[in-house]
Design a protein around this ligand. Structure first.
Ligand code: FES
Length: 95
């Protein structure tokens, strides 16, 4: 019998010079920030209210919902909703 695959995480950072945190691939970025004890605003926690909006300086994320509350232009500029975003690489996030 094979052991279940270990959960994977990436190195997240709050700003280029900011504190690092474990950005788990199977939980939202918001949950990873909170797990690391980092303050990040939130409300709905489902990708609609935009309270948690931030900007991805580098790295890649994915969404498990079809279209989170961001415009195509915002997405192109790197804005993300951490409550609905999941890390796919090491990343740097800023407010
Ligand atoms: S907390 Fe509402 S969009 Fe993230």
């Amino acid at each position: 019998m094979n052991a279940p695959p270990a959960p994977s995480f990436f190195i997240g950072r709050l700003g280029i010079e900011g504190p690092p945190f474990d950005a788990w691939s199977q939980q939202s970025l918001l949950a990873s920030l909170e797990q690391a004890g980092l303050d990040w605003p939130s409300s709905c926690r489902n990708g609609t209210c935009r309270t948690c909006i931030g900007q991805l300086v580098s790295g890649r994320i994915r969404y498990q919902i079809e279209w989170p509350g961001l415009s195509a232009e915002e997405k192109a500029e790197g804005y993300v909703l951490p409550c609905a975003a999941f890390a796919c690489s090491d990343l740097v996030l800023k407010r």
